[in-house]
Design a protein around this ligand. Structure first.
Ligand SMILES: NC(=O)c1ccc[n+]([C@@H]2O[C@H](COP(=O)([O-])OP(=O)(O)OC[C@H]3O[C@@H](n4cnc5c(N)ncnc54)[C@H](O)[C@@H]3O)[C@@H](O)[C@H]2O)c1
Length: 399
């Protein structure tokens, strides 16, 4: 069986490494974070995904997967390191991808397959990765194969999605795509679509941009409805009765590691044709400030209101807090001098034992993220929760 080195064992790389190890490959998970390497070697998952932890407990997975802090020789190298937005230049920061590729250059051999799973701007494989790989003296396309296979998983539901989502396999040539298909078909039950590297990268960015633009439209409708005194939920419900209309739900802003970032990678390659995309980005970025204003309005008659905010994750039913609009809203309120405590039952650092204790003597409960767990708790205990508060003011958005 082939040996696979996965560089970067975070939300994306570690699940892939576990699935490949379960498929029988010998897998080396490489990370510059030694705590992660140690956790892998101790069979401990550092991300909160129950089913993946169960897989990692399996003897065959433990046997096939080891963690290391540097790469080694292998048949396949998979790169799953971060590609954040350079906040100043508003372009993709490829430094992690570049150093990840440089780290395995000394181990590259004829016949190797390199797969980039990190989200990258279109043309990155051709303009950056190929010249980098060819520093090894090997020719990409003949000596080494190269594919961009973007990931679509949702943190919190990774096991289900990594197996069942359809996937794009973007080879720089047909041989590369076929080689990568063989690897992914060992655990993916969704369809595998073969395409080229540029198309695969653009598709990934289009998917997240599509979500961003449509959420911005829903958010803009919500702001208009608010001004008109119209119930936006009812308006969307009724508008969606049109056979060709499907308006999304508005929200408090857009977060996570992908949707607020990926549209910028399209702008980076074609600034002339991304006006709508950038307007949507701005609308969604402004939502936390608008929601903070709505909260200020709700508590304006209270003297020194003590506020409890529920939900820190970037969206319902995930523990991921990256780019979370909820946290931005809480910070905006705190900067204004409001006393705000933040809790989230799904996020370890914001967890609580009892919601009833948390709201004791408080003036306002703001529900920022409607996790199922939060909704259930509110529905089953609403009267009791209110009775514990000094002022029974509960603020929810767009319900
Ligand atoms: N998280 C998601 O839901 C998601 C979904 C789809 C795509 N992506 C994309 O996948 C890529 C990885 O994202 P993630 O969420 O897994 O990030 P992450 O931060 O969870 O994990 C990345 C890991 O790479 C390690 N790392 C960084 N540089 C390294 C190097 N040179 N060598 C070895 N290890 C290195 C980090 O220590 C970290 O553990 C990004 O491009 C992201 O945009 C993420």
């Amino acid at each position: 069986m082939k040996k696979i080195v996965v560089i970067g064992t975070g939300y994306v790389g570690l699940p892939a490494a576990i699935m490949l190890a379960r498929s029988g490959y010998t897998v080396v998970g490489v990370d510059i974070d030694e705590k992660i390497v140690e956790a892998i070697n101790n069979g401990v998952l550092h991300i909160d995904e129950k089913e993946l932890q169960e897989l990692l407990n399996l003897q065959e997975v433990r046997k096939n997967l080891i963690g290391m802090d540097t790469p080694c020789q292998a048949d396949v190298f998979i790169v799953a390191v971060p590609t954040p937005l350079d906040d100043r230049k508003k372009i993709c920061d490829l430094s992690h991808v570049i150093s990840a590729v440089e780290s395995f250059l000394p181990y590259l051999e004829k016949g190797n397959l390199v797969i980039i799973e990190s989200t990258i701007p279109p043309l990155t494989c051709r303009e950056i990765i190929i010249p980098l790989l060819e520093k090894s003296g090997l020719k990409v396309g003949t000596d080494i194969l190269l594919c961009h296979c973007p990931e679509r998983i949702l943190p919190g539901n990774v096991f289900e999605e990594i197996v069942h989502n359809d996937r794009l396999i973007g080879g720089i040539n047909q041989e590369s795509s076929l080689a990568a298909r063989e690897i992914y078909s060992s655990f993916v039950q969704g369809d595998l679509y073969l395409t080229d590297d540029v198309t695969a990268a653009l598709c990934k960015l289009m998917e997240n941009t599509y979500r961003d633009v449509n959420i911005a439209l829903a958010n803009e409708f919500a702001l208009v409805a608010e001004g008109l005194g119209v119930d936006i939920k009812e308006a969307i419900f009724l508008a969606n009765k049109h056979p060709r209309v499907n308006i999304l739900n508005p929200g408090i802003g857009v977060g996570g590691h992908c949707i607020p970032i990926d549209p910028w990678f399209i702008k980076e390659v074609d600034p002339k044709h991304t006006n709508l995309i950038m307007t949507a980005r701005r609308i969604n970025d402004e939502m936390p400030e608008k929601i903070a204003s709505q909260i200020r309005q709700k508590v304006r008659d209270l003297v020194k209101p003590q506020i409890v905010a529920l939900g820190a994750a970037y969206k319902p039913d995930t523990y991921d807090i990256r780019e979370s609009p909820a946290i931005k809203i809480v910070n905006l309120l705190r900067e204004d001098g409001y006393q705000v405590e933040l809790y989230d039952p799904l996020v370890k650092e914001y967890a609580y034992d009892s919601l009833l204790d948390v709201v004791e003597g408080k003036d306002c409960l703001v529900v920022l993220v409607e996790h199922k767990k939060i909704v259930q708790e509110l529905e089953s205990n609403l009267e009791l929760i209110k009775s514990r508060m000094r002022n029974p003011l509960i603020v929810r958005f767009y319900l």
